[in-house]
Design a protein around this ligand. Structure first.
Ligand SMILES: [Fe+2]
Length: 322
């Protein structure tokens, strides 16, 4: 895996400095946001590398971010997640171990923990009270951050617990908006809702024109080079899915039709069980080793058969660990 780092802003006093790190394997952007006068920083949406075929976890991406923090003599105040990601594992816990800081996520994540626990049949017991995170952030919660503030905006739609973070003139939108030529993210995960996403985006459209919107993913459509930041005015004028000419009804129809044709993200099952734990790994109930679970036929397209119908228990010698 290769990563590239891009410095995108100089340091006027009221704007944060933003460094972006692109994970090629999952097309995810991690940001280190710095309050320049104070050298305090926040890390947003860090990636823990995961090789699907060997079930191997590694830390090249996170170590690149950590190196940037250390080489620039920054102090980490926060490690922030915009939501419980379904496409990559979070390195929040790993980075907190090495750099300190508080892990924050949207307060509605508590509900997502319950939904995720149901997928895994609670194979390893999961506390559903948000206790894996240091800070649960309600809408409009403000965090002191060097000479700036971090303002939390609850932006449900892609998931019910999505938040965006506004720091000075920089908005970290998570999966609420993709780049203007890419549109918006899917809304068909449990608790996702296209109408809610439309309304969340209308709220973001009321931010000042020059607000810089940093996205969480860039899939580089038609082979174009990586892009990850655009003014909110550009989205309002010409985001291909939602702009000032698009009605809620037509957006919901478009989004629903697109979502019906999308497959399950390939790292969804490995990711969810880690990310609802703030980036800590589930552990085997008897050996205590880090362990990932792959519940069968719990996700997937309509028509996926119940696994118990295909393999009824009464026909097997089933070993239960109890
Ligand atoms: Fe996402």
């Amino acid at each position: 895996m290769t990563e590239s780092s891009h410095r995108v802003s100089e340091t006027p006093t009221t704007t944060p400095e933003v460094a972006a790190f692109f994970d090629v394997a999952t097309s995810t952007l991690t940001y280190v946001v710095t309050s320049p006068e104070t050298k305090r920083c926040a890390i947003i949406d860090p990636v823990l590398d995961y090789d699907e075929s060997s079930a191997a976890v590694s830390t090249e991406s996170a170590d690149t971010v950590a190196r940037y923090v250390l080489e620039n003599d920054l102090r980490v105040d926060y490690i922030l997640e915009t939501h419980v990601h379904a496409d990559h594992l979070s390195a929040a816990h790993y980075l907190r171990q090495h750099l300190g800081g508080l892990i924050g996520i949207g307060a509605e994540t508590v509900g997502v923990q319950s939904a995720v626990a149901a997928i895994y049949s609670d194979a390893t017991p999961l506390a559903r009270d948000g206790s894996h995170f240091d800070v649960l952030l309600e809408d409009e919660r403000s965090l002191a951050f060097g000479s700036l503030h971090i303002r939390t905006l609850h932006v449900p739609g892609h998931t019910p617990a999505c938040v965006a973070y506004l720091i000075g003139d920089a908005l970290f939108a998570g999966d609420t908006l993709f780049m203007p030529d890419s549109g918006t993210a899917r809304c068909d995960f449990p608790g996702g809702d296209a109408r809610s996403l439309y309304r969340s985006i209308q709220r973001l459209f009321r931010l000042p024109d020059a607000t810089r919107v940093f996205v969480c993913h860039d899939y580089q459509p038609n082979g174009r080079s990586l892009q990850y930041v655009a003014p909110i005015k550009t989205h309002r004028d010409r985001n291909i899915h939602v702009n000032r000419t698009v009605s809620e009804v037509s957006f919901v129809a478009m989004r629903s039709q697109r979502d019906a044709g999308l497959g399950t993200p390939k790292l969804m099952l490995p990711s969810l069980q880690v990310n609802v734990r703030g980036g800590t790994l589930p552990r085997h109930p008897t050996t205590g080793e880090p362990f990932l679970y792959l519940p069968l036929n719990k996700l997937g397209a309509a028509g996926t058969r119940n696994i118990e119908d295909i393999f009824p228990r009464q026909n097997e010698n089933v070993d239960f660990i109890d």
